[in-house]
Design a protein around this ligand. Sequence first.
Ligand code: SAM
Length: 269
Amino acid sequence: MEYPFLSKNKIIETLKQHNANIRKSLGQNFLIDPNYIKKIVSYIKENIPEKSSILEIGPGLGAITFPLMPYYNLTLIEIDPVFYKILKDYLNPIIIYNMDILDYIDQFSLNEFSYVIGNLPYYITTDIIIKTLKTIKKPSICIFLVQKEYAEKLLEENNSISIYVHNFSRVSKCTNVPPNAFFPVPRVESMLIKIEVFEKPQSNPDILEKILRMSFRSKRKKILNSWQKGIELIPVSLLKEKANTISFDFTKRAEEISKELYYKLANLL
Ligand code: SAM
């Protein structure tokens, strides 16, 4: 059997049969270009050993799931009951939960999985990545398709989300995916990224998060001014005292300070 949903018409017709529509609010853009599907599947196969257990977030109609099924034990989490039913019917037997991934992680955690993949719904990309990094078994690998602009931010070194994510992992680019590889065609390009999660984070994630929140709340100001403005998630006097013991320059802006110094400061706290 071939993957049955490679055309726009087939997707529309199938949804019609289920009295359903594409739900933009759920970030539903389905991969329909067989070459890009192949490319994504090869990246996954190059990075994840055969027969491994993989969690897939948002399988939709199964564009990535279907070609991976012969090689892996897949667990799927799909929020949309229509896709849940379609997948259950044509991919049977398969482990699939009709749930919000964020609730799934809250209830079950991801600590049984060393591999997580997904063409992520864009409206909760950050929440998914943060919750995954916190709860996934370590070390591990995630392969995610995300908006290109977002991926580029993660690949940089000096913004709060990249500093947070790099605390847990190494992020690298696999390939770009153009809008016309999807139906409906999104307005922006996408990028497939690999997140290699370390055995241990470099510093305590909760403390680091507080430091980053305080440091990046007024990005154009000197970092000390940013700390002093707003709620003291950590007492500023304590932050100053610890920062004074490492070469942390309060006169710089948050983005001018290296991520390593943030990790050092979090460790001192
Ligand atoms: N994997 C499919 C593909 O590549 O063609 C679909 C990807 S589409 C970008 C995102 C999928 O995530 C949709 O099927 C959507 O219904 C599902 N989704 C959206 N929000 C979700 C959530 N909170 N939990 C689980 N799945 C979600």
